[in-house]
Design a protein around this ligand. Structure first.
Ligand code: AMP
Length: 186
């Protein structure tokens, strides 16, 4: 799943994983759990997360590769928040080639900046996420534009990109995604 913070990737990932009975791998959630536990990974990730920066590629890649080796991933998986850089996408491609598991689709959540800011400011108030303060939100959107947006092109060139209109009720967005995936024979 590709899309800026606040586009609804997490919400839709949970619904898709239920629908397809597969694993939901949310890298942000894994990092937050590690921060809460005070693990070494959590301590390392926290400073990047609080600034709204990306955790270094080698750390994220190693973590996701370990996660993909767990048994529940054999039935397939939804990746929420990974890859976020071209280096991460290349590492994923290499691993999927080894596993003979092709990627079915890269869902690109399309949303206006105005709607994003509205949602993120609401989420900051509700969840008290330390990275949802307004200046951090703006920085995360910049990081997305610079580091993650090139992946739209990356997956378009591979014929895997599915653009999703991410504005509207949650159920409607899920229906749009399922219809698109069905059209692709996923
Ligand atoms: P998220 O919940 O997906 O918005 O992720 C929250 C934070 O976790 C991000 O702002 C990053 O600091 C870190 N993070 C999550 N996924 C990645 C990733 N694939 N690469 C680098 N950092 C990540």
């Amino acid at each position: 799943m590709l899309g800026p913070p606040g586009a609804g990737k997490g919400t839709q990932a949970v619904r898709l994983a239920e629908q397809f009975h597969c694993a939901d791998i949310a890298t942000g959630d894994i990092f937050r759990a590690n921060v809460a536990e005070g693990s070494q990974l959590g301590l390392l990730a926290q400073e990047y997360m609080d600034r709204g920066d990306l955790v270094p590629d080698e750390v994220v890649i190693a973590m996701v590769m370990d996660r993909l080796a767990e048994p529940d991933c054999q039935a397939g998986f939804v990746l929420d928040g990974f890859p976020r850089t071209v280096a991460q996408a290349e590492a994923l491609d290499r691993r999927l080639a080894q596993l003979h598991t092709p990627l079915h689709a890269a869902l690109n959540f399309e949303i206006t900046e105005e709607e994003l800011l509205r949602r993120l400011v609401g989420r900051a108030a509700q969840l008290h996420r330390s990275d949802d303060a307004e200046q951090t939100i703006r920085h995360r959107l910049e990081v997305f534009a610079i580091k993650t947006r090139p992946l739209i092109d990356y997956y378009m060139r591979r014929g895997l990109l599915v653009n999703v209109d991410a504005i509207g009720p949650i159920e409607d967005v899920t229906k749009r995604i399922l219809a698109d995936l069905e059209a692709r024979g996923a």
